[in-house]
Design a protein around this ligand. Structure first.
Ligand code: ZN
Length: 579
């Protein structure tokens, strides 16, 4: 049945038969009729589906027609017959569910990389074995570095390994486990290589973790990571860009927003993406934010903006520059809170997380961006970090109002009710992700059960009337949009059950809008994409199940059967067979 989903219906024979009869009556009239028929015939007509258009209040449609990469009609299967011509491909959806192309509002990269792969480890034994295998392949003294797409919440022990534990398989080779975007874990040889000891001063905006015995555990957080100089990553190639888009297209994803870091050197990677664009080979649309994370100097921000090959909102429907990405606090282990971390992480009620960029410097940077007519979006995990962002945005707002200019905040794990009022006044957009799905037990340990159960209160944000766009923060969390959808719908987590059921978003339509049309509003492209409507880019995906009705627990295993970008098929699930 699935194989029959694509069938070339040769309706054209009938049309041309009619034309032939007309030809006997009047040649000129036939030519006019034929031209009219060609003018309205589609490249692709999809019929017999359940098509979620993302239009507010609209019932699912059955069918649509596409020409020159855009939707030219949406409606009933019957009505689409008018668009079927000689060269039209007819896609019989056989009742399948279609969504506008899915989008990831906070996507760094798809994960993986040249380092040690820890993504499939489930225990310390697995992790130590993976490091041991890498040591066995190396020469004595070689540096061993891991990929970043793993988290201790996936390990049975639900804690990071220590330097001493890694030493057991790597007594001589320095090892740096990169975890997410905020953490390094070093073994003793690596601590020695960079002269990090119990006597090392802790850098401002960073942390060097100690165990109960006062010894360093090997964990370096945020600005303390600067004590370590890892070799520069390999340049991003055009082949790598092609491989990435293949991977994400397979999940129905057609657009991603890159928040200031991708892989490798930022501008070199952007050049590689633009080279694929020039070759006409992109199948994924990008909105890219320039890297302003950690910047404390307005002059540096001016340099970064001057270096960009495109100015803000320049580009086309494939690659656009969205603004500048900033950062004020840490991640899971360093989000800046107004109340201390849970013990023992709270260190006797004294640890509130990290201020990675001091308030005055951050505010100066924000004002500079605003002066230049650009927009910022800022990573802020804790409520104290959100205070810092709001103070700076309000200062900038006095000079040039931010309303209507799509300024945003990223993550917003923890916030307070009065902050919503301030965010509303500035007309901010909220960019949220499903970190809790992966990291629930770690967040419970760091923040305590009450605070963790409210992490990323998406329902609260939607109910307050914000434009909320979804995303994953991949590779910190897997980029699978069905994990994200499932988590926001159920508040279930991978290893620790449901957290904060009161933050469930009951409306599946609303959740789908977060990763379709709301995303397009976040990037200012709502007239171009994000819904299945006339004249919009024909980005859509045919899914394995009906996302609006399927049993919730089946959602994480869902997949895209077909993905189209600009009316072109870019992914076909192997179960469908060839064309
Ligand atoms: Zn991120």
């Amino acid at each position: 049945m699935i194989v029959s989903m694509i069938a070339r219906h040769d309706v054209s024979v009938r049309n041309w038969g009619r034309l032939a009869i007309a030809a006997m009556i009047c040649g000129a009239a036939v030519a006019a009729f034929r031209d009219a028929a060609l003018a309205q015939s589609a490249d692709l007509v999809a019929i017999n589906g359940r098509v979620f258009t993302a239009r507010e209040g609209a019932m699912p449609a059955q069918a649509f027609a596409v020409r020159d990469g855009r939707f030219i009609a949406v409606g009933s299967s019957q009505a689409m017959q008018a668009y079927v011509g000689a060269g039209t491909q007819v896609l019989d959806l056989a009742g399948r569910f279609v969504t506008p192309g899915l989008a990831d509002g906070h996507f760094h990269n798809e994960g993986g990389g040249p380092g040690v792969d820890l993504s499939a480890t489930r225990s310390h034994a697995d992790l130590i074995a993976a490091v041991g295998a890498a040591v066995a392949r190396s020469r004595p003294g070689d540096l061993i570095v891991s990929n970043s797409d793993w988290h201790e919440a996936q390990l049975r022990e639900q804690r990071l390994p220590t330097a001493r534990e890694i030493d057991r398989v790597s007594p001589l080779n320095p090892v740096v486990l990169v975890r997410g975007g905020h953490d390094y874990i070093l073994n003793s040889a690596a601590l020695a290589r960079w002269n990090i000891s119990a006597a090392t001063p802790v850098p401002d905006g960073g942390a060097i973790t100690r165990g109960p015995d006062g010894e360093l555990t090997g964990e370096l957080i945020d600005n303390a990571k600067r004590l370590v100089a890892l070799p520069a990553p390999a340049a991003v190639t055009t082949d790598d860009v092609l491989a990435t888009q293949r991977k994400v297209n397979a999940y129905g994803i057609t657009s991603v927003r890159i928040p200031g870091s991708y892989k490798g050197e930022f501008f070199q990677a952007l050049d590689a993406i633009l080279a694929v664009r020039r070759a006409g080979a992109l199948t994924l649309r990008y909105t890219v934010y320039l890297p302003g994370m950690g910047v404390r100097d307005p002059a540096r921000i001016r340099e970064i903006i001057a270096k960009s090959p495109l100015k803000q909102d320049e580009g086309d429907e494939w690659v656009r520059i969205g603004g500048v990405k900033l950062l004020v606090d840490g991640g899971f282990e360093g989000g800046h809170m107004s109340k201390p971390f849970a013990e023992p992480y709270g260190k006797g009620g004294t640890f509130y997380g990290l201020t990675v960029v001091p308030t005055a410097a951050y505010t100066a940077v924000v004002r500079t961006i605003n002066d230049l007519g650009w927009r910022a979006t800022t990573h802020a995990v804790g409520d104290a970090a959100i205070d810092e962002v709001l103070d700076a945005y309000e200062a900038a707002n006095v000079e040039h109002p931010l309303a209507g200019r799509r300024w945003a905040i990223e993550h917003l794990f923890v916030s307070r009710p009065e902050q919503l009022v301030r965010m509303k006044r500035l007309d901010l957009i909220l960019s949220v992700q499903d970190h809790l799905y992966l990291a629930a037990p770690a967040l419970k340990a760091y923040l305590g059960e009450m605070r963790a159960s409210r992490v990323t209160p998406v329902k609260t944000y939607l109910d307050a009337g914000f434009l909320v766009a979804g995303g994953t923060d991949s590779p910190v969390v897997p980029f699978n949009p069905f994990f994200e959808f499932y988590h926001f719908l159920t508040r279930d987590t991978i290893t620790d059950g449901v957290y904060g059921a009161e933050e469930r978003v009951a409306s599946r339509e609303e959740l789908l809008r977060m990763i379709t049309i709301n995303y397009a509003k976040l990037t200012g492209e709502q007239d171009l994409k994000g819904s299945i409507e006339l004249r919009k880019l024909a980005d859509f995906a045919v899914l394995s199940d009906d996302l609006l009705t399927v049993e919730a627990k089946k959602i994480p295993a869902m997949k895209a059967l077909l993905t189209y970008v600009g009316g072109r098929e870019v992914w076909r699930d192997p179960s469908l067979g060839g064309r």
